[in-house]
Design a protein around this ligand. Structure first.
Ligand code: T6T
Length: 366
């Protein structure tokens, strides 16, 4: 873990302004700030009118989506847009669909949604589009092109980054294992795909495969514990999202293996940060959910104002790899997730006022 700070960005402000196709992912060291908050260089193309826009989270109470919500609310405050936030109690398309259907009945101008499943959410989102609502996917996506744009991390690249970080942490050899969420979630499926792919660069690492925790940290802990018992020489674990990583850390603690098994966790929620500080977890790959939110809302408002489809319409935001060595650096710490919008500060330093987050509880009910 020689690098103190690693930030990946895929689209630069110049790329947005020029409207170029997505640039290749570059690994850049130090000095990077967050992405531009606008797909058009930081300002709406024209003045926003009083739009009602709904953000449907992937799951309530997950600090990744809370931080995204805060970014959306900050941008909404700037643009004069009214935001409604909804979300299922679990990451489950059967719970997210009725929420979406009710939102469609209320007819907002646009919906920003993290779909719970790549297939199951297509038909309900098609119904939203058919009702004249502008659909934008944030974070997760669907296997369709009905949405006007996708704004997310580059999840395959994030998985590769996790593999290379874990490989370095275990000295390039040994058994590794993945605690994943559930099949059909675009983001976490892609992270595992990138992880497995990049592991091929390391002939002395044996990949034991993945198990699904259903976004439940308790299940994730049980999976990690069982794996440590069946493979006591396990060298490393990759937890593909906040709850998988949190659970993997709990499993390691249960088995008394802290410091012996290296852990790379996706995301950077408060419990994950505690696990990093207490040396159970070694690296957190923080996404930039605030940037996903602000970029998506700006794109939605630009679209509503101009009725012009964005080009490009697949926007990827960056990552910051967080370690015990760099966590105190304010340029790194600004990417830690938050559980309350009063903690959110925009890249311009503006606090978000009067906008409580919808979910302060970090653990979804399951
Ligand atoms: O990792 C994020 C998000 O990107 C993923 O789609 C689902 O899990 C999280 O919300 C973290 O819990």
């Amino acid at each position: 873990m020689g690098e103190q700070r690693v930030t990946i960005r895929q689209i630069t402000r110049r790329d947005f302004v020029k409207g170029t196709a997505a640039a290749g992912v570059g690994l850049t060291l130090l000095g990077q700030r967050g992405l531009p908050t606008s797909a058009h260089g930081g300002r709406a193309l024209t003045q926003a009118t009083a739009y009602n826009i709904t953000f449907i989270q992937g799951v309530r109470g997950d600090e990744f989506y809370v931080t995204m919500e805060c970014g959306i609310r900050a941008k909404a405050q700037e643009l004069g847009v009214t935001i409604d936030v909804q979300g299922p109690e679990q990451f489950d398309a059967t719970l997210q669909t009725p929420i979406l259907n009710a939102v469609v009945q209320a007819k907002p101008a646009a919906i920003l949604i993290a779909p719970n499943d790549t297939q199951a959410m297509i038909a309900p989102l098609q119904a939203a589009a058919d009702a004249g609502i502008a659909v934008f996917c944030v974070d997760t996506t669907i296997n369709s092109d009905l949405q006007i744009a996708d704004i997310s991390s580059d999840n395959v690249e994030g998985g590769r980054l996790a593999a290379r970080s874990l490989a370095e942490a275990i000295g390039g050899k040994g058994k590794v294992f993945v605690v994943n969420v559930k099949p059909g979630i675009s983001t976490t499926d892609q992270r595992e795909q990138g992880f497995a792919e990049a592991l091929q660069e390391f002939p002395d690492i044996e990949y034991l495969g993945q198990e699904y925790s259903n976004n439940d940290p308790i299940q994730a802990a049980a999976i990690a514990s069982a794996r440590i018992q069946s493979d006591p020489d396990l060298a490393g674990i990759f937890g593909t999202n906040l709850f998988s990583a949190q659970g993997a850390a709990a499993g390691i603690r249960e088995q008394g293996k802290q410091g012996q098994i290296r852990v790379v966790g996706f995301d950077a929620g408060p419990t994950q940060v505690q696990d990093l500080r207490s040396e159970v977890v070694d690296i957190l790959i923080a996404q930039h959910p605030g940037d996903i939110g602000t970029t998506a809302l700006q794109m939605a408002v630009d679209y509503l104002n101009t009725k012009t489809e964005p080009d490009p319409n697949k926007i990827t935001t960056g990552y910051t790899a967080i370690t015990r060595e760099n966590i105190e650096d304010p340029e790194v710490a600004r990417y830690l997730y938050i559980s309350d919008c009063s903690q959110y500060v925009t890249p311009e330093g503006t606090p978000v006022t009067g906008t409580p987050a919808t979910g302060a509880d970090a653990t979804p009910t399951s």
